[in-house]
Design a protein around this ligand. Sequence first.
Ligand code: RAM
Length: 365
Amino acid sequence: MIVSTGRRRGPATVGLVAAVALALAACGSSSSGTSGSSSAAGGSSAASGAAAGGKIKSGLTVYFIPKDTQNPYEVIADEGGKTALAELGGKVVVSSGTQDTAAAQIPSIQAAIQAHADAIVIAGNDPSALCPALGQAQAAGIKVVSFDSDVTCPNHLFINQADTEQIGRSEVQLLAKQINSTGEIAILSAAATATNQNAWIGYMKEELKNFPNMKLVDTVYGDDDPAKSLTVLQGLLTAHPNLKGIISPTTVGISTAAQYLSKHKDIAAKVTLTGLGLPSQMKAYVLDGTVTAFELWNPSDLGYLAGYAAASLASGVTDGAPGSTFTAGKLKEYKILPAAGSTGPSIVLGPPTVFDKTNVAQFNF
Ligand code: RAM
C-alpha cells in the first residue's frame, strides 16, 4: 500500500508505508447487495435534503483511494481532491496499491478506519469485492463516496465523470467516423473487473447495433499497466490481421497503443485508434498523425468535485438525498441524481471533450 498526504497546497509527499496488519478475509468476496436506500451516503432514508445545511467542518481527513497510485490520470484526480480539501481547511491522504485489484485497495480502506478518517473517496477496481470493507468503514462513521469507477455497495454517492451512456456510445461514433463505419474492431480495456470500463463497453455494444458493418472481434484487458497493455495490444494485432480500429477506454491503454503505433507506421496506416486519453499524454501522437481524435473530461475537476462531495457529506451539509444540491467551490452547484439501473445516487461532472489537432495542445491535464 502506498500512502501520500496532501495538506493545504503544499507538495505531495509520497512514501511507502507498511501495510496495516488487519484481517483481509473479506478480500475477493462478492457478497454485497445493492443500495436499497433513497439516501446516498447516510444511514437514514431521508426523502429530501431538508436535514442538510450548515458549514463544511474544518480539519476533515478524506482518504482518496484511486485504482492505483501510479496511473497519471488517477494522480491528477487525486490532486484535484487535495485542492478541494485545502480550500476547505482539511486534508487528503492518498492511499492505494500498485495494481488495479480490489485486494490491493482493501488495506487502504482499513487504514482509513484506523485513522478515523471522515470520508473515503474510492475508484473501485471491482463493483462488489470492496463492499465488506467499505461497510466496516461506514459502521465506523466514515462517509463513502465513489468516483471514476463505481461500487455497488449500499449508501454511497457516486461522482461520475460524464454520462455513462454518452461515453460508451460516443467512442463508437468517433471511431465509426474515421473508418467509414466499416471493418473489424477491438477494445483494449483496463482491468476486467473495472466498473467504469465495463459499463462503457456495455453501451459501446449497444451503439454498435447501429453500425452493422462494424464487427467487434475481441476485447483485451491491460489492467491499466503499460507493460501488460502493450503485450495484449501486440497479441490483438497478431490475432486479427484485418483489424481496422481499436477503442481504448482507458488513458493507460490508449497512450500505450498510440506510442506503439507511432513507432509502427505500417500498422498505424491500417488501424485507427481512439478512446479516452489525457491530452497531455496524447498530444505528440495527435500532432504526428498517429491518432485523429479521442475524448476525456478533466480528471482534476473530477477529484475536486469528489472532494467537495465527501466534505459536504462528512459535515452534514448534504445528506446525499437525490434531488438535493450542494456547492462544489469553483465548479458551483451540483444536483444529486436519483438511482438508475445498477447505479445508486450520483452526480455527473459534465460532458466529455473531444480532442483533435485543433485543440489538443490547449489542455494542462
Ligand atoms: C484510466 C482509468 C480510469 C479511467 C480513465 C479514462 O486512467 O482506467 O479509471 O476513467 O482511464
